[in-house]
Design a protein around this ligand. Structure first.
Ligand code: 5AD
Ligand code: SF4
Length: 377
C-alpha cells in the first residue's frame, strides 16, 4: 500500500502534507516517489494565484488514464483550492474520477475519508471550526522542523484569498506548541525550528489570557538544547519594537525577517488594505537594521494591482532600491474571485504586469550582484 502526495503553494501546505503523510502512515501506507505506483494520490492545493490553480487542474486531469487502468487507485484533492465551494464543485464536475474532495478545515479527517472512498465517493467541505491541536507529522524538511502556531488571517488584504479559505486567526495554545518543540528537540534530528502562521505577529491575541508572539518566542527559546528558531510570515503593521529587540538579543533566534511590503506606493497600499505607509515600512526597516547586525530581510511584492500606474510601480522599484533586500518574491497580481480587488475597475493588462515583474526582478538581481561583490571585498 503506497501513497504519493503532490504539494502546491506555501510552507503551510508543505507542513500540512507532512501531517497527511503521518495520517496515511498510521493507516499502514508507505511513501513512493512514483505516482504510477501509488494506491493513494493526494493533491494538496494552493489558491493564491490563478497559475497555481491551473497547474492543479492540469495535473489532476492527467491522472484520468491512470485511474482508468487501475480503478482501485484513490485520488484525493484537498487544501485551499477545494475549500472554495465553487472550485470544489468544478472539480467534482470536471473530474468525476476523483474519489475524495475536501477543504482545509477538515484536512485532519483525510484518513477516514480515504477509508470511506473504498466504497463511495467523498465530497466534504467543512465550515471553520476549532483549531486542530496537532496529531503528528512525518517531517520531510531535513534539519528544519516546521511548527504551526496559528491558523487563518484577519487582515483581508483586498487581493488575497487566504482569509476566505483559512478562516479567522486562531492561535494554538502555548503549552501544546511547547510540547511539540520539546519533542522536536529531544529527537535530536533538527537544528532549526521554523514557526508558521499567516500573520505570526498577531499570535495569541485570541487566547485567554492573551500572549504576545514575543512571549511565545521567549518560552520556545528557553527550551534547553542546541537549536535555532525562525518564523514566517510577519505583517509590517503588527511588527513590534519588542519583537525587534528580542531578535537582536536572543541568541537562539535567527537573524532573518520576511516582511512582505507588497508595494512601495501609498495609494496602492491603501487600496490593498495593508494598513501601513511606505514611510512606516521604511522606518521599521531602519529600526531592524540599526538593532540587528547582519540581519537578512526578505519581502514579497505584487505588481500590476488594479489601477497601478507606471509612476506608482516606480515607487515599488525605489523601495527595493532603498532597502536592498536579501531576496524578494515578485508576483503579478492575479484576480481571485470573491476578493474585493477582483471587482475593482482598472485591471492592468497582462503585458504590463509582465514588464513590471521583469523590471523588478532585474533590479533585485542587480542589487544581489552588487552586494555579493561588496561582501567579497
Ligand atoms: N495575486 C498575486 N500575488 C498574490 N499574493 C497573495 N495574493 C495574491 C494575488 N491575488 C502574494 C503576496 C503574498 C504572497 C504569499 O503571495 O505577495 O505575500
Ligand atoms: Fe493574505 Fe494579507 Fe492575510 Fe497575508 S496578511 S494572508 S496577504 S490577507
Amino acid at each position: 500500500m503506497l501513497y504519493h502526495i503532490v504539494t502546491y503553494g506555501c510552507q503551510m501546505n508543505v507542513h500540512e502534507s507532512e501531517k497527511i503523510a503521518y495520517i496515511l502512515e498510521e493507516m499502514g501506507y508507505k511513501p513512493t516517489a512514483k505516482r504510477e505506483d501509488a494506491d493513494v494520490i493526494v493533491f494538496n492545493t494552493c489558491a493564491i494565484r490563478e497559475g497555481a490553480e491551473e497547474r492543479v487542474f492540469g495535473n489532476v486531469g492527467a491522472l484520468k488514464k491512470l485511474k482508468k487502468a487501475r480503478p482501485e487507485l484513490i485520488i484525493a484533492v484537498c487544501g485551499c483550492m477545494t475549500q472554495k465551494e465553487e472550485t470544489a464543485l468544478r472539480f467534482k464536475k470536471k473530474f468525476p474520477f476523483v474519489d475524495v474532495i475536501l477543504g482545509t478545515f477538515n484536512l485532519h479527517e483525510i484518513g477516514a475519508y480515504i477509508q470511506k472512498a473504498h466504497s463511495n465517493k467523498v465530497f466534504e467541505l467543512w465550515q471553520e471550526g476549532e483549531i486542530d491541536e496537532e496529531k503528528g507529522y512525518n517531517r520531510t524538511s531535513g534539519e528544519n522542523a516546521w511548527v504551526n502556531i496559528m491558523q487563518g488571517c484577519n487582515n483581508f488584504c483586498t487581493y488575497c484569498i487566504v482569509p476566505y479559505v483559512r478562516g479567522r486567526e486562531k492561535s494554538r495554545k502555548v503549552e501544546s506548541i511547547l510540547q511539540e518543540v520539546k519533542a522536536i528537540v529531544a529527537s535530536g534530528k533538527y537544528k532549526k525550528i521554523t514557526l508558521l502562521g499567516q500573520n505570526v505577529n498577531s499570535y495569541g491575541k485570541d487566547l485567554q489570557p492573551q500572549v504576545t508572539f514575543t512571549q511565545l518566542l521567549r518560552q520556545i527559546t528557553a527550551v534547553p538544547g542546541d537549536f535555532k528558531v525562525g518564523f514566517m510570515t510577519s505583517h509590517p503593521k503588527d511588527l513590534t519594537d519588542e519583537l525587534i529587540m528580542e531578535i537582536a538579543q536572543n541568541d537562539k533566534l535567527l537573524k532573518e525577517i520576511h516582511l512582505p511590503a507588497q508595494s512601495g506606493n501609498n495609494r496602492i497600499l491603501k487600496l490593498m488594505n495593508r494598513r501601513y505607509t511606505r514611510e512606516h515600512y521604511l522606518s521599521i526597516i531602519e529600526k531592524i537594521k540599526a538593532n540587528i547586525p547582519n540581519v537578512k530581510i526578505t519581502s514579497d511584492f505584487i505588481v500590476g494591482f488594479p489601477t497601478e500606474t507606471e509612476e506608482e510601480f516606480l515607487d515599488t522599484m525605489s523601495l527595493v532600491e532603498t532597502v536592498r533586500f536579501d531576496g524578494i518574491f515578485a508576483f503579478m497580481y492575479s484576480p481571485r474571485e470573491g476578493t474585493v480587488a477582483a471587482k475593482m475597475e482598472g485591471q492592468v493588462p497582462q503585458e504590463v504586469k509582465n514588464a513590471r515583474v521583469n523590471a523588478l526582478l532585474a533590479l533585485e538581481k542587480k542589487i544581489q550582484k552588487e552586494d555579493k561583490k561588496c561582501q567579497k571585498k
